[in-house]
Design a protein around this ligand. Structure first.
Ligand SMILES: [Zn+2]
Length: 194
């Protein structure tokens, strides 16, 4: 039977608790396991994470090969690649959960907050929008608030720009949440919409 959104979220957060407690399920893959995995994948969640080398969803959620459908892009924004990933995760694998995972100490967000310019392939404006939202709402501290606002905005962007996701959420088949990975502690917490 298909996992519910709540079950999928609980599975991720339980895995994160194992990671924080240094009790990851130690996994090795025998050749036979790899043959089996090569035939089928059954991801139960999609994760939009940053490209940061320290933010690896399969590790920090302690999940095995075949369990997560993932897109990683600086500042976990709704890039074209991210939206294609979501379309496949929702359309093909019917994932009940999408997590947009921001993180403390995000370099890509810091570059925007500090006014550093760069190409960014047209995606920087998404983080700039989050920065402006934070300044308008006078949220403090600005850098940390922008990291959180950026993940909340990505949830909104995905819902408005990915019709299959919008429909799945409207029909109650999929839930989309923003979350924050705290690097020093390893803990993931869910962000409430503002
Ligand atoms: Zn980052």
């Amino acid at each position: 039977m298909q996992m519910t959104s709540d079950q999928a979220l609980a599975r991720l957060l339980e895995g994160n608790q194992r990671f924080v407690a240094a009790q990851n399920h130690h996994r090795t893959y025998e050749p036979g396991d790899l043959v089996e995995i090569a035939h089928i994948q059954e991801p139960f969640a999609a994760v939009v994470a940053c490209a940061d080398s320290r933010v690896v969803p399969e590790v920090l959620f302690d999940q095995e090969l075949g369990s997560l459908f993932v897109s990683r892009v600086p500042a976990n924004v709704a890039s074209d690649g991210t939206k294609w990933m979501i379309d496949i995760a929702v359309g093909e694998f019917k994932v009940p959960l999408v997590v947009v995972l921001g993180h403390t100490g995000c370099l890509a967000v810091r570059q925007i907050v500090e006014g550093l310019s760069g190409p960014g392939g047209g995606l920087r404006h998404r983080v700039q929008t989050a920065f402006q939202d934070v300044r308008l709402a006078r949220l403090e501290p600005v850098y940390e608030a922008t990291i959180e606002q950026n993940s909340l905005n990505t949830v909104k962007d995905l819902l408005s720009e990915c019709p299959p996701l919008h429909q799945a959420v409207r029909e109650g088949r999929t839930r989309v949440v923003a979350a924050l990975y705290d690097m020093p502690s390893g803990e993931v917490r869910i962000l409430e919409p503002r």
